[in-house]
Write a protein that binds this ligand. Structure first.
Ligand SMILES: C[S@@+](CC[C@H](N)C(=O)[O-])C[C@H]1O[C@@H](n2cnc3c(N)ncnc32)[C@H](O)[C@@H]1O
Length: 258
């Protein structure tokens, strides 16, 4: 099916409204954008970004910036970092209406998001509300390199080999989900490992997994660091951009800390 942007294969199209391209920009290095993302970003005239507050910057936009040749209009969408469902639903509703107001003029737009749009991304919430409001809305999702793929490449540890399994868990609420999951997988990616870093590290130690884990911070960004001495990061101000790679079967490689 045709797409409004030349050279991009399209999805479902309704002719008189624009298409929203959800673009995964990778975890930090602007060279990790896909060619497909690049083709779209070079031509697009409207870019939506996710920010946690009015004056907050979007890291996804910073990553995409070197590739924006068309001086697009940047439209921030506010997604507050709170757990209150009423506040969140109001924010998603407002964001969806902003997006629709552009698409309804027949204009295409991009929503840029860190890593991949289908992996713990604010795009998921926006997409859900958009399709509830307008089931025929034209959306194309452009996958991006996830933070854990870039981290595995950086430390040269395979995420999974042969018949092994790989589990991706969130550490946002502490180590409970990790303990539940660890028995049934060979390899684990622990994302959002910043707030409860110490709790997660203590749990890994109790499960004899400390020497099988590598911690990666700010991959592809200023201040990137990697360590297998996880306890050394205790007490440091935690970076939101922290993830852990655990390989149950292997000793983690000896890595240089920052
Ligand atoms: C809301 S999730 C976004 C995940 C993103 N969509 C992806 O595909 O990687 C945020 C979490 O992803 C991980 N993350 C994202 N970017 C990162 C980076 N550059 N370095 C290390 N971890 C990162 C961290 O665990 C962070 O808490």
């Amino acid at each position: 099916m045709a797409s409004p942007i030349e050279g991009i294969a399209g999805g479902t199209m309704s002719s008189d409204t624009g298409t929203l391209y959800a673009i995964g920009v990778g975890p930090g290095d602007p060279d990790f954008l896909t060619l497909k993302a690049l083709k779209i970003l070079k031509k697009i005239r409207f870019i939506f970004t996710a920010a946690s507050g009015e004056k907050k910057k979007s890291l996804a936009l910073t990553i995409a910036l070197p590739h924006l040749k068309n001086k697009p209009e940047i439209i921030p969408l506010i997604f507050p970092m709170v757990r209150d469902k009423t506040i969140l639903e109001e924010a998603w509703e407002k964001a969806a209406l902003k997006v629709l107001s552009v698409l309804d003029k027949g204009e295409d737009a991009a929503f840029v998001t860190l890593g991949d749009p289908s992996t713990y991304s604010t795009f998921t919430y926006l997409h859900r509300v958009l399709t509830q409001k307008r089931p025929e809305v034209n959306v194309q999702i452009v996958p991006g390199i996830t933070s854990f793929q870039a981290a595995a490449a950086r430390v040269q540890i395979p995420l999974a080999e042969g018949e092994e399994s790989l589990m991706i868990v969130s550490g946002a609420k502490g180590s409970t989900e990790i303990e539940k999951a660890i028995d049934c997988c060979d390899n684990m990616v622990i994302m959002k490992a910043y707030k409860y870093y110490r709790d997660i590290v203590d749990t890994l130690e109790r499960l004899n997994l400390l020497d099988k884990t590598v911690a990666v911070r700010r991959i592809g960004l200023k201040g990137e660091s990697v360590t297998n001495r996880l306890k050394e990061w205790d007490g440091q101000s935690p970076s939101y951009f922290t993830l852990l790679l655990t390989k149950k079967g292997n000793q983690a490689k000896k890595l240089d800390s920052d």
